[in-house]
Design a protein around this ligand. Sequence first.
Ligand code: FES
Length: 227
Amino acid sequence: MCVHGAQPSVLKQDNVREICRADRPNRSSPGSSDNSCVRPAERPLTSVVLSCSRLGTKHRLSAAMSEKTPVGAGKSCLVGKKEDLIKAKRTSVSIADRFVFVIYHQGVFYAMDEHCYHAGGSLLDGDIEEIDKKLCIVCPKHKYKISLADGEGLYNTTNPKDKSQPPCWRSKGIKQRVHKVTEVDGDIHVTLSEAPAWIDSDYYQSEQGRMDLKLAKELELAKSKSS
Ligand code: FES
């Protein structure tokens, strides 16, 4: 059952334990009848070719950025039973019309925007790697690295072909919006981030970004039919 609009205080009871991003763990899927906001795991996730959707669309980006409040800011949703989400490890959910995925890794739950800030690829099936002592999800589309804890984008400044040099990682800053995960009596809730500043992954939650995702999906379908 979604609890859109519930006040954060609802989640701050004595028996509520915040699952901090700083000390978390792998993926999940729904099992409870309460988790109506959870998208079925088998539902295909939009795969996006970003280059076709973003190039030459400066005006669209600026229109999206003018939507000042992040989609669903502060809204909470019951995602499912903890044990079900642990079994599933990764779960895709829609909370207040925002696409989010919840991942359980090494004992910790994380939640972040599902579509990669770079070109809208789905992060749901991304590998997890420890990079520069940070657990990162690697976008399947173009291999961008994103910290699970805070959505920081990381990049390697050394030439990956030069094996004599160790990688030197640098930060791009916060690129992917992350959300708060809480546990209440064995139920897992996600509360959407209220951070007001624009974060690049917000684009794919905007009307413009969704149009791009839809277009990319249609192009991919057309391409697969013609091949
Ligand atoms: S879509 Fe390009 S790295 Fe994610």
